[in-house]
Design a protein. Structure first.
Length: 343
């Protein structure tokens, strides 16, 4: 009899161990592997009817300094609100991002936050999301997909970034009495809505200020510092003159600056402008290497996603949301005000 009881007890222990193993977050059966840089915010003790007890997922498009800063803001806000937060990195792959959403939907998550790998994939994300609330962030989908009480966007009008860059450079050249200028332009990943808008708005602002611009070199550096450095080094070998370099983000601008400082005259030969006002970008502005950046606020965007997700889930009014768009205003960063943006 004692042997039978012992056997039954052992069997029960083995069954418990098996069930515990099934609750893991491995990659078996197509489930996404946990991102090394991500984490899960601990659920707090808040009332589950307002925030505590909700489960949310955040699929970031790819990791860089800005996206990491936004991730940290999302996780901090989620933890403060008692939300269980899962963060995964799609590494630029739409199929991977869709698998994130499908897994969270199958696991009964309440909401998802999505930084789109491709702006055109928003409809597929919504189809995969099922009944979950959806907050798009930083990379704007077509506004047609936004829906009252269901789908919102948190971010900035991307045209404002390029406009700030163009107006800043126009002021410089007008003070110098220049009307004809040669410009090099480095873009992020082609096909993304923010790349198109940042690029076109910078060009439009320069033209609107009466400048005759010759774009002597335009290239895609995919947001990457090393790529931009190598491409600009090659350009400098052409002997072409350049009056300004416009970059879709700070990382590419820093790559251009590094190329200038390690090639030829070993100095920054013309104004270089970026976007994001990251920590390293601000340091370059402060030193005078980068002429200006435009502040894209990762904390405000990150916190805004949680604010909006909670509003959608609780059915409450979201202050600052207009036509399902939660707008964050950009700010020009120069040597005069850069200290305000440095930690």
């Amino acid at each position: 009899m004692k042997k039978k009881l012992a056997a039954l007890f052992l069997a029960a222990l083995m069954m418990a161990g098996t069930l515990a193993g099934c609750g893991g977050t491995g990659n078996d059966g197509g489930a996404p592997a946990a991102d090394n840089g991500g984490s899960s915010a601990d659920a707090g003790s808040a009332d589950s009817g307002t925030s505590g007890g909700y489960r949310m997922g955040y699929s970031m498009p790819a990791r860089d300094q800005f996206q990491t800063s936004m991730q940290m803001a999302i996780e901090a806000k989620a933890k403060a609100e008692g939300i269980e937060m899962s963060v995964l990195d799609a590494n630029g792959d739409v199929a991977t991002q869709l698998s994130h959403v499908q897994t969270w939907a199958a696991d009964g998550y309440d909401a998802v936050i999505i930084g789109l790998c491709n702006n055109d994939s928003a409809a597929d994300v919504l189809a995969a999301a099922g009944d979950m609330k959806v907050v798009f962030v930083n990379r704007q989908p077509s506004l047609d997909v936004l829906k009252d009480g269901e789908v919102v966007y948190v971010g900035t009008d991307e045209t404002l970034y390029g406009t700030e860059q163009g107006n800043y450079l126009a002021d410089i050249f007008q003070e110098e009495g220049k009307t004809d200028i040669n410009v090099v332009l480095f873009m992020g990943e082609l096909g993304l809505d923010n790349v198109t808008k940042r690029t076109n708005s910078a060009k439009e602002a320069l033209a609107a200020n009466g400048l005759n611009v010759n774009y002597v070199y335009e290239a895609t550096a995919n947001w990457d510092r090393i790529t931009a450095m190598n491409l600009f080094s090659q350009f400098m070998g052409s002997g072409e003159t350049v009056d300004a370099v416009v970059c879709n983000n700070d990382e590419m601008a820093l790559g251009v600056i590094e190329a200038m400082k390690t090639t030829g005259s070993n100095e920054v030969i013309c104004p270089v402008v970026g976007i994001d006002a990251t920590d390293v970008g601000c340091a370059a502005v402060q030193s005078g290497d980068m002429a200006c950046s435009v502040f894209q606020d990762p904390v405000a965007q990150g916190e805004g996603t949680i604010t909006c997700a909670l509003g959608l889930l609780n059915g409450t009014e979201i202050e600052g949301l207009v036509d399902n768009y939660y707008n964050i205003t950009p700010q020009l960063v120069t040597q005069e005000n850069v200290a305000d943006f440095m930690k």
